[in-house]
Ligand binder design. Structure first.
Ligand code: AMP
Length: 395
């Protein structure tokens, strides 16, 4: 299956609706990180150069199907206008007023930005009627919002299906994400090391099962490591443990054994007596954690082992921090993984969310082969699912 590419669309004299992921953090009306806006620019610029007119649309946050000023895309429009050197026409109501009228009056130096799609309940309901309002007056549909392709929402699915398959395509960002992530499921260059961390085993279980088919090493960190240790009969003090997930860990070990995948769990820990930003860190130099302590990061021996495995890998995928990296005293494990990946000669992929923040903290983002812009979407793609927003863009 091949994605229909933006460059294969005939944009000349056409009007294009472009679905993006402009879901940026906004505090007091100010954008605090415009990474997602910048990531969308190559596709927008290409369309601006070749098409007659275009409108951009996105969700922002999780408003409850009605207008909510704190989730307005207006500040995003201002930033886009600056970056594109164009004038933004911001359209708040595109349901009672046909978009076609606005599009027909557009000057060459203007573009449309639609207000937050999730201000309308039809968006998350994948409602065809709402999708018709979105596509009103447009000839072509382009999706470049990778962060939302796992959602069967109106702007992602129903809108695309309103035009014939040869009038829809994936933008450059989606193309890049799929090109980077898909090979990990088939034939990645070995040895293929997967590093999984973060809060819960349950969030990552499906992706771990899926990757056991193609990986050689599975390195576990973060809070979920304590459920693995508990399963192995190791005392973990007051660390976070999901007791109801021990059977899932059992099936991971059995699958790994069959497929000859090496699983590594922490050998030592950085602990504290409380889960607090001001907690004093204590090195516990062995696997067993004393009763009064909880594990909040992997220890230096574990970091060394993981670094060694990472550096000698042909492909590395990292998803989820090794500890509570938001607090400096528990960030060293995640920093060690980020640094080792930066030094690895193989393909290095960071799978979204908090691990991206950890990579940025160390300043090694530019040394990675690929940093995914969509946490949930990248995990579901790696689970081997056909994502609804990609299904409508396949040839
Ligand atoms: P996730 O979204 O599943 O990748 O989880 C990320 C979150 O897991 C971060 O906010 C971390 O602070 C948290 N986390 C990582 N390690 C631990 C730990 N040992 N105990 C508690 N929380 C953790």
């Amino acid at each position: 299956m091949q994605l229909r590419r933006l460059e294969d669309l005939d944009l000349k004299n056409k009007k294009v609706l472009v679905r993006l992921d402009l879901n940026v953090p906004i505090k007091n009306g100010k954008i605090t990180d415009d990474t997602r806006i910048k990531a969308a620019l190559p596709t927008i610029r290409y369309i601006a150069e070749h098409a007659k007119a275009f409108a951009l649309c996105s969700h922002l946050g999780r408003p409850k199907g009605a207008p909510d000023p704190q989730y307005s895309l207006e500040p995003v429009g201002v930033r886009l206008a600056e970056l594109l050197h164009k004038e933004v026409v911001f359209v708040e109501d595109y349901v009672s007023e046909p978009l076609e009228q606005v599009t027909n009056q557009l000057d060459a130096n203007q573009f449309i930005l639609l207000e937050n799609l999730r201000f309308y309940p039809g968006e998350t309901a994948n409602d065809r009627n709402f999708a018709e309002h979105l596509m009103n007056g447009f000839d072509l549909y382009v999706n470049d919002g990778f962060g939302a392709v796992h959602r069967a929402h109106a702007s992602v699915c129903a809108a695309a299906e309103l035009v014939s398959p040869d009038c829809r395509a994936a933008g450059f960002l989606i193309e890049k994400e799929v090109e980077a992530l898909s090979p990990l499921l088939k034939n990645p260059k070995g040895p293929f090391t997967v590093i999984m961390g973060g809060a819960k085993v349950s969030d990552k279980i499906a992706v771990i099962y899926s990757l056991l088919n193609s990986c050689n090493n599975l390195l576990i960190g973060g809070a979920m490591a304590y459920t693995f240790l508990k399963y192995r009969g190791v005392e973990v003090g007051s660390s976070k443990v999901e007791l109801d997930k021990l059977d899932l860990v059992d099936s991971i070990y059995r699958n790994a054994e069959q497929r000859k995948v090496r699983i590594e769990i922490p050998l030592d820990h950085i602990c504290a007596t409380e889960f607090s930003e001001h907690a004093a860190p204590l090195l516990v130099p062995e696997q067993t954690i004393p009763a009064a302590y909880m594990g909040l990061d992997i220890g230096p021996r574990t970091s060394e082992l993981y670094e060694r495995i990472i550096k000698s890998s042909g492909t590395v995928l990292w998803n989820g921090p090794m500890g509570v990296f938001e607090w400096d005293q528990f960030a060293k494990g995640s920093e060690a993984v980020a640094k080792a990946m930066a030094e690895c000669q193989g393909t290095t992929i960071v799978g979204g969310g908090d691990s991206v923040a950890a990579v940025n903290k160390v300043g090694s983002a530019d040394k990675m082969t690929h940093i995914s812009t969509g946490g949930g979407a990248s995990l579901e793609l790696l689970e081997g699912k056909i994502l609804p927003g990609l299904r409508v863009l396949y040839q």
